[in-house]
Write a protein that binds this ligand. Structure first.
Ligand code: HEC
Ligand code: HEC
Length: 271
């Protein structure tokens, strides 16, 4: 092998590496939710996703009252027209005395997410309301030994009614209003049914004035049992964009190292 071939290999490798890096940013941009450079037409759609994750647990798919409990209040058109919605979202609403209150979302949602959310709420009065996205549920076992419920159905219950405050995998979003979950599946499902003394954690059981039937709570319990069986499922998976970038950068680094090594061997052999 000639020296020029080694140099050519190096140059080609560098070119490939640069191409790979060039392909990476769109992956991030596509998955990113930050910044106000987003298309304004898409704001209600993005807002629907925020609403589905954080708000439908208490206010129902379209602001209708879900249960008889005070926490499951309707959002009426008057409240939206009055302009108090932004303040309610940032600072919370209702009173702790009534035993049911809305937590403040100021530290949990970005300014851009609140704008998107308000754009979505605005569509309730225009009649151009986009559908709420379905939760993204990963592969789950068909059943869990010792539990009667359906884990996949339970995952959907968790995504709609619990993830907004306790995080997609129970890691929480920052105490005190958004605490981490711990303990046995049966114990967690029982708190979900009965509620907690905190005004931000209402009783979700239908018999207690909440939206969840016994069957849904049984499914929820089976889903929570899969957490104990598979600890890795508790890993948060919302950093997909970043991890992809890391994979690309890692591949590029290995490629560069390999090419450099080969070039050096070739040059040495010649000498
Ligand atoms: C724990 C249940 C709960 C969750 C979750 C929740 N809210 Fe509320 N929300 C309430 C309660 C309780 C009230 C007060 C109702 C009342 O005072 O009659 C309220 C009131 C409101 C109001 C009316 C405020 C006013 O001016 O009267 C709006 C708008 C609202 N919520 C929007 C949201 C949005 C948007 C989200 C998601 C980011 C959300 N809520 C999440 C329970 C909740
Ligand atoms: C609006 C926010 C919110 C929603 C929605 C919510 N929780 Fe909670 N949850 C809380 C808060 C706040 C606490 C009380 C934390 C404290 O004060 O210790 C709590 C407490 C709990 C506890 C007791 C934790 C402990 O260590 O004592 C369990 C279990 C629980 N929630 C499960 C659920 C489940 C299951 C769902 C879905 C059906 C759910 N929660 C929905 C906010 C929420």
């Amino acid at each position: 092998m000639k020296r020029w071939m080694a140099i050519l290999t190096l140059a080609l490798g560098t070119l490939l590496a640069l191409l790979a890096l060039g392909a990476a940013p769109p992956i991030l941009a596509q998955d990113g939710h930050e910044g106000d450079s987003g298309d304004a037409d898409l704001a209600p759609l993005r807002g629907a996703a925020v609403y589905a994750e954080f708000c439908q647990a208490c206010h129902g798919p379209q602001g209708e009252a879900l249960g008889t409990g005070a926490a499951f209040a309707a959002i009426d058109a008057a409240a939206l027209a009055g302009g108090g919605a932004r303040q309610a979202i940032l600072e919370g609403a209702g009173s702790a005395d009534s035993g049911a209150a809305m937590p403040p979302y100021g530290d949990v949602l970005s300014g851009a997410q609140v704008d998107d959310l308000l754009a979505y709420l605005g569509t309730w009065t225009t009649g151009e309301t986009p559908p709420l996205p379905e939760p993204n549920i990963g592969p789950l076992p068909e059943s869990v030994e010792g539990f009667a419920g359906d884990p996949a159905a339970g995952a959907a219950v968790y995504a709609r009614f619990c993830a907004g405050c306790h995080g997609a995998s129970g890691a929480g979003r920052g105490a005190p209003a958004f605490p981490k979950l711990a303990g046995e599946a049966a114990q967690i499902a029982s708190v979900a049914r009965q509620g907690h003394e905190s005004p931000f954690m209402p009783a979700f059981g239908a018999a207690q004035g909440g939206p969840l039937s016994d069957a849904q709570l049984t499914d929820l319990e089976a889903y929570l049992a899969t957490w104990a069986q598979n600890e890795t499922s508790q890993e948060p998976d919302d950093s997909r964009g970043y991890s992809l970038l890391i994979v690309v950068a890692g591949a590029v680094a290995i490629l560069l190292l390999g090419v450099t090594y080969m070039a050096r061997v070739v040059v040495k052999e010649e000498a």
